[in-house]
Write a protein that binds this ligand. Sequence first.
Ligand code: C2O
Length: 524
Amino acid sequence: CRVRHYKFNVVMKNSSRLCSTKPIVTVNGRFPGPTLTAREGDTVLVKVVNHVKYNVSIHWHGIRQLRTGWADGPAYITQCPIQPGQNYIYNFTITGQRGTLLWHAHILWLRATVHGAIVILPKRGVPYPFPKPDKEAVVILAEYWKADTELVINQAQKSGLAPNVSDAHTINGKPGPVPNWKSYMLRIINAALNEELFFKIAGHKLTVVEVDATYVKPFKTDTIVIAPGQTINVLVTADKSSGKYLMAASPFMDSPIAVDNVTATATLHYSGTLSSSATTLTNPPPQNATSISDNFTNSLRSLNSKKFPAKVPLTVDHALLITVGLGINPCPSCKAGNGSRVVASMNNVTFIMPTTALLQAHYFNIKGVFTTDFPSNPPFAFNYTSTTPPKNLGTTSGTKLYRLPYNSTVQLVLQDTGIIAPENHPIHLHGFNFFAVGRGLGNFNPKKDPKKFNLVDPVERNTIGVPSGGWTAIRFRADNPGVWFMHCHLEVHTTWGLKMAFLVDNGKGPNESVLPPPSDLPKC
Ligand code: C2O
């Protein structure tokens, strides 16, 4: 194991794309930002220096941060932001993880341009549990906005209306010409703000081997489905002798709320192929191809080998049912929304961002920053997925946390609601991986559905889609003391309040409670 040092200078940089130039916030002047490479077991120190006018914080999405919650990164959750001219060293050790993850800004909408790959190689001498690819490449899918995304978020917040969609999708890290390589591993990352994406390559099957830095039972598919925050490693056999093949990323949206038809493309280009030769095209799936998405999701299983067993909690200490959805609240001052605005909530609570970081408030016992009364069940039951909305559309608001005893086992059933319209929500949990033990359409049935849970080899992830008009059930062990954010990874929904946090701390000894903060922790 070694210590890896990185320096992330957050700087403005002019970006010219889509026939216009604008300054964007970047790390080290690059979009996407630099790849952070380490091995399992390494300690990583990233010094982030803020040279821009915005407050900044960086999240290492999917890194477990065992006992290092102060390095997790979400602004006002685990740290105060790094103010202009200030810096902070994120210091964490990568324990029991290898694969692909991503890092991104975790404040406002800065992650639109402030993001990059995390590549965690297995320990030296430890092979992949699949044939070693000849070559690996990072493929970052993202969105490109001509508008300033900080203004877009501001308008969405003020008006209570949905913002526009991005102007384009981007594929960076295009794999270049293929000389003599027979096989590729693509490390695919969805860094988009607001859209789930399909990804496919003309004429080539993709063998899925890993998701969210956990190994899966390999399976072949034409198309993968990837939500913001998710990562997928696929093997591609370059079995053509020549030619150019289109790679396409296109949106998956199974609700009528937003429409976006932009498809991003890049080419897989065999060496020796004339640049003038024609490209083999591929048709992106229709935007509402729910069956393709369902097939893909249902094919995911943990590898569950001797070396990589799926440690699914078989008993549950805390069982929560959490509704996830959008709603309408009165807003007399919202001109654009005709006196009402879109809000989002979990169990009817619209989360209010605090102005002091929750982990600091917890550790230093600062009163009045949060409460620990996040409800374990919806406050009132209704037909969650009916198209006729319930009478009571309003939500309450607050900075409500749910307290979990250290090492307790937890089951969350995340139930989508159709109050405005059902929509697929990719929910991300910080600080843990979880097992996706069940999934279904309609309302979760607590009597029947748990009988069908997969407790043997469910896929292990950090971000999971709650299907539109349905539910998903996840389990994890609360073995990491800290304050851990859980939110929809569609940035617009997070902005509207689709978020909450867990507090894990027994107050008993250093293993079961939060360790002291580093001395350079930013102040609010
Ligand atoms: Cu990738 Cu809290 O986010």
